[in-house]
Design a protein around this ligand. Structure first.
Ligand SMILES: Nc1ncnc2c1ncn2[C@@H]1O[C@H](COP(=O)(O)OP(=O)(O)OP(=O)(O)O)[C@@H](O)[C@H]1O
Ligand SMILES: Cc1ncc(CO)c(N)n1
Ligand SMILES: [Mg+2]
Length: 532
């Protein structure tokens, strides 16, 4: 199952490990982006049908720097880089004489064209043309882009550096095929000030229609911070050529860049473990996987639980809960958080404090109070802390009917009561409120209150007595959809469809109200054994 991309994200392209490619064709087969390897050499080969530069050539842009050579040649290092997956190479050697630069360009052209990768020469237009390179890259202080275009003709690739929206628009107007924008991170050069911050980078990407590649201080540890800016790739120098194994470094950075571009979305569930697998963390992780999101977890309590009830609960310590949350956020930043069962005040406070520390984009809180089996999952005194200190930090809360009655302070007898409860609680807590109608009201319809508006999500009641974990499943499905970039309305609608499908699969396990089939829409249903 492929992890879903964010809504509107580009389609990812599989990255083949170089070693996976047949050795017979030498480096040509090693190029992980198939189509580029098939390209005949020549600049027009790297253009799309509309004449624009194929953005796939810019995913991993290796810029040379002879300073990093350690007993090898530029040719050998560039060959390693393209073997590892570099999709474009720029010969950038400011202190080489013209003849030497030309010789180097011809040698690198052969290395690059052997694997269908374009070679760009930095700054020197004449050498680029003379060497049969595929293009030239000029900075703001080099020859003006329009003049370069006049010299190189329509086919050769023209790259231009830009640091502002104005520079970017002017370069595009004068015929640039792509923009190099940076430095986006400290580069260790003399003036270490960031030339281009994230907002400017994103503004440039939004302003132009030609592809943008980020450059400056980019490496394996920070490339993910460029997600969502609109770039199509990264240009890098030392992250490849300063590494002992350039091929490995290129492959590693290509995979990480692909992950940044393709948008593998992650979610974190902070909830209790349900030994029966139907609710809690287990339900959340299965739901996230089924909804194309990578699930991570921080466990608040262990419950000995099955379809008939809860026999024992063991809370973790607040310190350990905080460490679990920190461990996830410090390494795999989730795009959304779902909070489920939290039984005690110190644990609730720990979660509130970590939300303030890590500032997740989306927080879905399922105010779990009682399990389907009737077991109480939060202490009386903790409900007050939940309401005062956690729910106001939520993007949306998802109380079922009994939980909504506790939060509202009145009984809910009708759909109008559901609306009133959602609105009053939402106004008081400053968050969106989804009051779920699973518990015995006519159909399984839920009402969302947000910013003064109520919206109903009509559901058809599935005649299935096995509803253990429906609330956990709904809230983690909402979190998954928010993580993928859908708005709240769409996230709730998709989550509800998912729950209905999981119920309609009619899984029947255990003597009590059993779990749902979280994997109902995957090919691998529960395998029907050979039977007795
Ligand atoms: N029989 C059903 N048919 C269709 N949808 C249902 C059914 N039961 C519940 N739902 C839906 O499942 C979602 C969860 O609602 P529910 O009221 O069951 O949550 P809950 O009580 O918090 O569940 P949990 O047992 O996990 O705590 C809601 O969208 C609700 O409309
Ligand atoms: C651990 C856990 N969390 C949430 C629920 C709510 O169903 C449950 N039954 N068990
Ligand atoms: Mg519930």
């Amino acid at each position: 199952m492929s992890f879903a991309r964010g809504a509107g994200e580009r389609d990812p392209r599989a990255v083949a490990a170089p070693e996976a490619a047949g050795a017979a064709a030498g480096v040509a087969a090693a190029h992980p982006d198939g189509p580029a390897a098939a390209h005949p050499a020549g600049p027009a080969a790297f253009r799309l049908a509309d004449g624009g530069l194929d953005p796939r050539t810019l995913v991993l842009y290796a810029v040379t720097d002879r300073r990093w050579l350690d007993g090898t040649t530029l040719e050998e290092e560039v060959a390693r880089a393209v073997e590892g997956g570099a999709t474009m190479v720029q010969l950038r050697e400011k202190d080489l004489g013209r003849d030497e630069l030309l010789d180097e360009a011809v040698r690198l052209r052969e290395v690059c064209h052997a694997v269908g990768v374009p070679l760009i020469v930095d700054d020197d237009v004449e050498v680029a043309v003379a060497a049969g390179a595929d293009g030239v890259h000029v900075g703001q202080s080099d020859m003006e882009a329009g003049a370069v275009r006049a010299l190189i003709g329509p086919d050769m690739i023209l790259g231009v550096s830009a640091q502002t929206v104005d520079e970017a628009l002017l370069a595009q107007e004068r015929g640039a095929d792509y923009l190099g924008v940076g430095a986006v991170f400290p580069t260790g050069s003399k003036d270490d000030a960031l030339d281009v911050d994230r907002e400017t980078l994103a503004a440039i990407c939004a302003a132009v229609s030609i592809p943008v590649v980020a450059i400056g201080g980019i490496g394996r540890d920070n490339v993910r911070e460029l997600a969502g800016t609109g770039i199509v790739g990264v240009a890098t120098i030392s992250a490849l050529f300063a590494r002992p194994d350039v091929r490995l470094a290129a492959h590693d950075l290509l995979v990480r860049t692909r992950r940044m571009l393709d948008g593998v979305r992650c979610a974190l569930t902070i909830a209790g473990s349900d030994s029966s697998g139907g609710a809690g963390v287990q339900a959340d992780l299965k739901t996230m996987q089924a909804n194309g999101v990578f699930g991570t977890s921080a466990i608040t309590a262990l419950t000995a639980q099955n379809t008939r009830g809860v026999t024992s609960i063991m809370d973790v310590t607040p310190e350990f809960l905080g460490e679990q949350i920190d461990a996830v956020f410090s390494d795999i930043r989730p795009d959304a958080v779902k909070v489920g069962m939290v039984s005690a005040t110190p644990l609730i406070r720990t979660i509130a404090e970590r939300i303030d520390r890590w500032r997740p984009e989306h927080v879905v809180v399922d105010p779990v109070m009682v399990a389907t089996s009737g077991a109480r999952l939060i202490s009386e005194d903790a409900v007050g802390t939940l309401v005062a200190e956690l729910l106001p930090r939520a993007t949306v809360i998802t109380p079922n009917r009994p939980e909504a009655e506790v939060l509202w302070g009145h009984e809910i007898q009708t759909e109008k009561d559901m609306e009133l409860a959602a609105a009053e609680v939402g106004r008081r807590l400053g968050c969106a409120v989804l009051v779920k109608g699973g518990h015995s009201l006519a159909d399984a319809s839920d009402v969302l209150w947000r910013d003064g508006e109520c919206r109903w999500y009509r559901g058809r009641r599935v005649e299935n007595p096995n509803t253990h974990g429906t609330g956990c499943t709904l809230s983690s499905a909402i979190a998954s959809n928010l993580a993928k970039g859908f708005g709240l309305d769409e996230s709730v609608m998709r989550a509800k469809d998912y729950v209905s499908g999981a119920l309609a699969a009619m899984l029947d396990l255990g003597a009590g109200s059993g779990p749902m089939d979280h994997g109902f829409d995957l090919a691998s249903r529960f395998v029907e054994g050979p039977g007795e």
